[in-house]
Design a protein around this ligand. Structure first.
Ligand SMILES: Nc1ncnc2c1ncn2[C@@H]1O[C@H](COP(=O)(O)OP(=O)(O)OP(=O)(O)O)[C@@H](O)[C@H]1O
Ligand SMILES: [Mg+2]
Length: 240
C-alpha cells in the first residue's frame, strides 16, 4: 500500500506579486480531476500585526514577516502526512482575466487524459504564494516547484492595474509607488540568492534549480496562458 506521504504531492506555485501564480494554479485546478488549492495569502497575520516600513510608513504586506509561517508549516506538513486539514477560509478572489480558447482547453485536457494513470495514483495539492522560495526550509516542504517571475516593468504595470487585495480583516489598496518602494525590494532582497549573479532579471542559478527541483517560468507579457499552463503541466507530469 502507498503511504499517504507518497500519495500526496505538494506543488508550489511561487514568485513575486502579479507573476501569474494564481491565474495558472486556478486554471490547472479547473482542468485536473481533483486538486486542492491553498493560498499563502490565507496565512497572513492580522492587519495590525503587519510590519511597517520605516522609510515610507507603509505597511509591508510583501515581506516574509507578514506571514504566520509557523502556522503555514504545520498546516503543510499535516497535509503531506495525509491528515485531513480544516480548510482555511480563503480571502482570495477568483479573478481569471486570462482564459484558454476551447481548442487550447481541449489540447490540455488530452494531455491530462494521456496521463490519467499517473494522476489517479496521486492527490495533488497546489500551494500558491509570493513567499515560498525565499527560504530553503520552506522550499523543502514541497515536492514540485514552479517559480513564476517577470520584469520590474511588467509586474509593476500588472500590480498597479489591480483594484486591491482582501486581507484578514478588510481590503488593502496600494498607496502611491507601493510597488517600487515595497513590493519589488521585498521580492529582490529575499529571492536574489536564487538568480544568476544575484540579479533577478536573469534566469535561476542552474545548480539551485536542480537542487530544489525548481522550474523557472518567465512570464512576461509575450507568454500566453496556454504556454504557461502547458509548461507547468508538463513539468508536473514529468515529476509525478
Ligand atoms: N502573460 C500574461 N499576459 C498578460 N497578463 C497577465 C499574464 N500573466 C498574468 N497576467 C495578469 O496579471 C495579473 C496578475 O496575475 P495573478 O493574479 O495570477 O498574479 P499572482 O502571481 O497571483 O499575484 P499576487 O501574488 O499578487 O496574488 C492578472 O490580472 C493576470 O490576468
Ligand atoms: Mg495571487
Amino acid at each position: 500500500m502507498t503511504r499517504d506521504s507518497d500519495r500526496v504531492v505538494l506543488i508550489a506555485f511561487g514568485g513575486p506579486s502579479s507573476s501569474g501564480k494564481t491565474t495558472v494554479a486556478q486554471t490547472l485546478k479547473v482542468l485536473l480531476p481533483d486538486v486542492t488549492l491553498i493560498h499563502l495569502d490565507d496565512f497572513y497575520l492580522t492587519d495590525s500585526q503587519i510590519p511597517v516600513d520605516e522609510a515610507t510608513g507603509y505597511q509591508n504586506w510583501d515581506c516574509a514577516e507578514a506571514i504566520d509561517f509557523e502556522k503555514f508549516k504545520t498546516y503543510i506538513r499535516n497535509i503531506k502526512s495525509g491528515k485531513k486539514q480544516v480548510p482555511v477560509d480563503s480571502i482570495q478572489s477568483n479573478d481569471l482575466k486570462l482564459r484558454l480558447s476551447p481548442a487550447e482547453k481541449k489540447q490540455i485536457l488530452e494531455r491530462i487524459n494521456q496521463n490519467s494513470d499517473k494522476f489517479a495514483r496521486k492527490e495533488l495539492v497546489f500551494i500558491d504564494g509570493f513567499m515560498l522560495f525565499h527560504n530553503p526550509e520552506i522550499i523543502k516542504l514541497f515536492d514540485i516547484e514552479l517559480f513564476f517571475h517577470a520584469s520590474f516593468d511588467t509586474l509593476k504595470k500588472r500590480r498597479e492595474s489591480r483594484g486591491g487585495y482582501n486581507t484578514v480583516e478588510g481590503f488593502w489598496v496600494d498607496p502611491p509607488d507601493y510597488f517600487a518602494n515595497i513590493v519589488w525590494p521585498a521580492f529582490v532582497n529575499s529571492h536574489k540568492y536564487l538568480f544568476i549573479d544575484e540579479n533577478v532579471a536573469n534566469r535561476l542559478k542552474p545548480e539551485i534549480a536542480k537542487q530544489y527541483n525548481i522550474y523557472d517560468i518567465n512570464n512576461d507579457n509575450d507568454s500566453t496562458l496556454f504556454d504557461l499552463v502547458q509548461q507547468s503541466l508538463q513539468f508536473i507530469i514529468d515529476n509525478l
